[in-house]
Design a protein around this ligand. Structure first.
Ligand code: SF4
Length: 362
């Protein structure tokens, strides 16, 4: 039986962070209620009892704004319309100051929490426009852990203006002292249509060289604490890699439900427009096809090379000889490793991933 991941996008936030270009808006209880009803209608629409759903991911936005009952209703709908595997990974993204009912959320079926910590330095959190401080982040992790959630991930941001090696090391040491199993670490980028863009924050970002050094330092420190790098931006204790996100990098099927959600399903990539009202009003979510033939060689290779386990060239015998001619230059530069079958990038290679991947596969 084919397996499937289901992504539910909850596009509501208490306050917009300065750097964020995800689709999210302010909320009311009524709006969330209508939105959840629309999510439930769409789960029924995609119903397929031949699919084993082994990952569910509530992303946002701020999914921890949902009540435990709403989460439970959505999971029951998934259970009734697909085959929800017994050991399914069920993740919920949570804001440290909006996750009060964590015991109930766990009872509803969530078994993995991804907490948007970003930094353990108050000045950096304030700069990012976050609603929490370091103490609240720490409390959030402990309250989740004490409620029985053992699979906790935290986000960490690097290359924040004024962040230096000392403050980065402080954040990492603090995070690694918490009972967590996974860290997603992102380099701050100033995207268009964000307050950071309008305020020219890119002028005060660390320069390219410093950003690269901060990235390499992050990899080194996290590995020292037993968080091995399994993807460009993701680190985990062994056995706690994100199974849902790994689906994306392995070109496996997933259905995205909600405004701005993306899917790769039945050999098509499609997305839902960024419009909450349209999502609520329509009986079935409107979708735009973005790729009629996804996961061909180039896309598959690009995604695979994000993973530390790399790209097995035996899958593409006709390309192997061409690619192999290019590998020695990458090995010499310290960008890749090759065992005769599988090529994978090193942290230095991940830093240059766009150009390294383009050089290798185009
Ligand atoms: S809480 Fe997350 S989704 Fe919401 S604005 Fe901040 S970064 Fe964006």
């Amino acid at each position: 039986m084919d397996t499937l991941g289901i992504y539910i996008h909850i596009p509501f936030c208490g306050k917009k962070c300065g750097y964020c270009n995800f689709y999210s808006v302010g909320y009311s209880k009524e709006k969330i209620r209508l939105y959840v009803n629309a999510v439930r209608r769409n789960i029924k629409y995609y119903s397929d009892k031949s699919k084993i759903t082994d990952t569910v991911y509530f992303g946002g936005g701020t999914p921890s704004l949902l009540s435990a009952e709403q989460i439970s209703d959505i999971l029951n709908d998934i259970r009734n319309n697909f085959v929800l595997s017994e050991n399914a990974e069920i993740t919920l993204e949570a804001n440290p100051v909006m996750m009060k009912n964590i015991g109930d959320i766990k009872s509803a079926g969530v078994n993995r929490l991804s907490i948007g910590v970003q930094s353990m330095v108050d000045g950096e959190l304030e700069f990012l426009g976050r609603l929490h401080n370091a103490e609240k982040a720490e409390q959030a992790v402990y309250s989740a852990f004490n409620a029985g959630c053992e699979n906790i991930s935290c986000d960490l941001m690097t290359a924040i203006p004024k962040q230096d090696f000392k403050s980065l090391e402080y954040s990492i040491e603090k995070l690694c002292s918490l009972p967590i199993k996974h860290i997603s670490s992102y380099i701050l980028k100033v995207e268009e249509n964000t307050p950071f863009y309008d305020n020219n924050i890119s002028d005060i970002l660390p320069n390219e060289e410093t950003t690269a050094q901060l990235y390499l330092k992050t990899v080194e420190l996290l590995e020292k604490h037993g968080f091995y790098q399994y993807e460009i931006s993701n680190f985990a204790k062994k056995g706690f890699e994100s199974r849902h996100n790994t689906r994306y990098w392995k070109c496996l099927d997933y259905i995205g439900i909600g405004a701005s959600a993306h899917s790769c399903y039945k050999n098509k990539r499609f997305c839902v427009p960024n419009d909450i009202d349209k999502f609520i009003e329509n009986n079935i979510q409107p979708v735009e096809i973005t790729d009629e033939n996804p996961c061909g060689f180039e896309e598959y290779s690009m995604l695979r090379l994000r993973l530390k386990e790399g790209l097995d060239l035996r899958k593409f015998p006709d390309r192997k000889i061409i690619i192999e001619k290019k590998i020695p230059a990458l090995l010499k530069a310290g960008y890749a490793e090759y065992d005769g079958n599988t090529i994978s990038l090193t942290p230095k290679g991940f830093l240059m991933s766009n150009s390294v991947i383009t050089y290798l596969i185009f």
